[in-house]
Design a protein around this ligand. Sequence first.
Ligand code: CMP
Length: 139
Amino acid sequence: MLQRTLAIIKPDGVSRNLIGTVVKRVEDEGIKIVAMKMIHMTKEQAMGFYKVHEGKPFFDSVTNFMSSGPCVVMVLEGEEAVTRYRKLMGATNFKEAEEGTIRRDFATDIEKNVVHGSDSEENAAFEIGYFFSALERVG
Ligand code: CMP
């Protein structure tokens, strides 16, 4: 099934010059980038994005981190893009991520894990709409 998903290169990935590496892995997988921009979220914007995690012990910390510097946000498109991109990323906890995944190769802790990806088509629709207008989604 052709799907779209929302990908973020987090502030640690941007500051460590990993934008090109992540983009190359996405493109080499045959997934298309149909929208892309760099943003610097406010704390409130990060809280809105991660509202499904409100109340969890890491909520304050992750929203501080995500608003600490610029991120690259992208809309990805391809057959089964949600699960294929999640496979490319690896597990949230990089210690559990498979070899060859972005998080296994580059993450430094459970929070500074370089990338984000939607966990379902339903959440992808919310997350894409959170950052991109219809006009910005090409392809
Ligand atoms: P992400 O896939 O963006 O979704 C929520 C983020 O919260 C997660 O990646 C991590 O960066 C961060 N986080 C920090 N601690 C945890 C935790 N214990 N479980 C899940 N996510 C965590």
